[in-house]
Design a binder for this molecule. Structure first.
Ligand code: N01
Length: 540
């Protein structure tokens, strides 16, 4: 290896591996550092019971290598975490990326050396490396978010976060457990815990909507067949899809669809538990509130008639924002588990949650109290004895992992100061004043609104092309201008304001100091528009 690498990639999940594969093809010198002992990123750390992909894994995969596709066979349509981790490990071996890995190595600082036009990277063990380009592939959803519940200092029971699951899964047999959070992770772990626990308290602040998982073998076989035998067609489908998925999506708005037509489409999405088909069921699901409500009504009707008792439906269908603006989940026994005798759903929408030594407490907050007559006021506080708390409380999305690194760009400016209260990027990749630095799946990227494996590969291709165009000019620097920044920000903001995502509240707007005004962070235009706009603004 030379003294100064062409590129240091940090993070060995889908994005890091995708970029490494591209750079290796182009004969760049690079290394991939990762704090974990294995490749896998999110699929290494999120190893809680029930963790699996909620979109078809035939799509959620690398498309670089037809040869690898001949050897790898998914065992089911929505693969489990161990299978996806094994896929990533085997792909890494197949592409002979092992010699480029620096595992168990956590990046702590990055400093731009203006004179040498290169980055200096320092790791927590004191090791340093220099590289012309840095690619931070740290994951949009990688730094766990754990709320600081009042009383947490006195709590003496066990506690885990779904995204920091121990190597050996604890036994929950005969235990009383509280799960805080009912997003995708909560919905996956709860039915597994309900099989074992003596008592399971499900602490829900905002419900998520979920479709029952599908065992439609035919859909799985078709997808696999097309990927293997009609590769060009399959890749075209992914490239032309807003979501980077091979799922069928509508070409017409809901306003042009009869009720019968909409219901027929809905039935297919529901039967196949097809998330991207469901959010692509009409072209105006996220821009026309009437179309959105029609789909939401069908969703609610289906849940009322198939999955939910009347009392549960009232709590679980009471979602504050338009349909799909909070991620739709896929459930395997989640709703059924809430009716089990050992499970209790606790709605804390208007309550404060706190901990004591061996219990979790939910007390009515003052917010709505004045509206109720005295004899209808709920009990002030209820406590539940527990042995453990499981936080299924998600992530410091988009910025958490990036800002854990001290990043110092031109003129000594720190990234966290530059971002201040808004993580401004261009295309979710570039940050003005931080030359030769690339973010993968960063704030402002299509990432989490798409098939992440596909958007990772698109960004990896764009970044590797940019790097390779510069390789011969040793002292050239890639730096975006404020004009490009303005163009990109106004383009993405204009798209956002036309959608129902605007002004909604979920982790898409993130819970941290970096975004106190809760700006919606992902790019809403979908992958093809993203690429087109990228070519016109960044690489004309
Ligand atoms: O996290 P979340 P997640 N008191 O942020 C609640 C991907 N993913 O890990 O909504 C009480 O969605 C919070 O409540 P509220 C996928 O993209 C994919 O579940 O803020 N509750 C919410 O219910 C997903 O969307 C897979 O009111 C508190 C929950 O915690 C994303 O990761 C599997 C609280 C957090 O839900 C994130 O999902 C899993 C508090 N103080 C995840 N603080 C696949 O299958 C937070 N909450 C591919």
């Amino acid at each position: 290896m030379p003294n100064t690498l062409d590129c240091l990639i940090v993070g060995a999940g889908f994005s890091g591996i995708a970029l490494a594969t591209e750079l290796k093809k182009r004969n760049c010198t690079f290394l991939i550092a990762d704090q974990n002992p294995s490749v896998g990123g999110t699929w290494f750390t999120n190893r809680y019971p029930g963790a699996r992909c909620d979109t078809p894994t035939v799509d959620y995969a690398f498309h670089h290598s037809p040869l690898f596709d001949q050897t790898w066979q998914w065992s089911e349509d929505f693969a489990t975490q161990p299978e996806i981790l094994e896929y990533l490990q085997q792909f890494t071996n197949f592409e002979q990326l092992q010699p480029f890995l620096l595992l168990n190595t956590k990046l702590s600082d990055l400093t731009w050396d203006e004179k040498r036009k290169q980055w200096q990277a320092t790791f927590t063990d004191g090791k340093t490396l220099t590289a012309r380009f840095i690619a931070l592939a740290l994951g949009s959803l990688s730094k766990p978010f754990t709320p600081t519940l009042p009383g947490h200092e006195q709590y003496e029971g066990q506690q885990w976060h779904t995204a920091q699951w121990p190597d050996t899964c604890p036994s929950f047999r005969d235990k009383s457990i509280a799960v805080v959070g009912t997003g995708a992770s909560g919905i996956q772990i709860i039915p597994e815990l309900a099989k074992e626990c003596k008592k399971l308290y499900v602490i829900q602040r905002t419900p998520s909507l979920a479709m029952p998982a599908s065992d439609n073998q035919q859909a799985f076989i078709n997808r696999r067949r097309i990927r293997k035998t009609q590769r060009k067609l399959f890749l075209n489908m992914l490239e032309n899809s807003q979501f980077g998925s091979s799922s069928p999506t509508a070409k017409t708005p809901g306003t042009n669809m009869s009720d019968e037509e909409l219901e027929t489409r809905f039935d297919i999405c529901w039967r196949n538990a097809d998330l991207f088909a469901m959010i692509g069921i009409t072209t105006d699901l996220f821009s026309n509130i009437q179309s959105n409500r029609r789909v939401e009504n069908l969703f609610h009707q289906r849940l009322r008639s198939h999955s939910l008792s009347k009392s549960l439906a009232d709590t679980l269908l009471n979602t504050p924002d338009p349909f799909g603006t909070k991620r739709i989940c896929i459930e395997r026994g989640y709703y059924a588990s809430l009716s089990k005798s050992n499970v209790q759903l606790i709605d804390v929408r208007d309550s404060d949650v706190s901990l004591e030594r061996h219990s979790i407490h939910c007390s009515k907050s003052n917010r709505n109290e004045k509206l109720l007559p005295t004899d209808h006021q709920p009990e002030r506080s209820t406590g539940y004895q527990i042995d453990a708390v499981i936080y299924a409380t998600g992530f410091e999305a988009f910025t958490g992992a990036i800002l854990d690194v001290d990043i110092q760009g031109c003129s000594g400016v720190q990234l966290r100061d530059f971002w201040g209260s808004f993580p401004k990027t261009i295309a979710g990749i570039f940050v003005r004043g931080f030359p030769n630095l690339f973010l993968l799946q960063g704030p402002g990227s299509p990432s989490v609104l798409t098939n992440m494996a596909q958007s990772a590969q698109v960004q990896a291709r764009l970044i590797s092309q940019t790097i390779c165009n510069q390789l011969d000019a040793h002292d050239s620097v890639i730096e975006v201008t404020s004009n490009q920044e303005i163009q990109w920000m106004s383009h993405s903001q204009m798209l956002l304001e036309k959608t129902l995502f605007y002004n909604t509240r979920s982790w898409y707007s993130q819970k941290s100091n970096v975004n106190p005004q809760l700006h919606f962070l992902p790019y809403v235009g979908g992958i093809p528009k993203y690429e087109k706009e990228y070519q016109s603004i960044i690489a004309p």
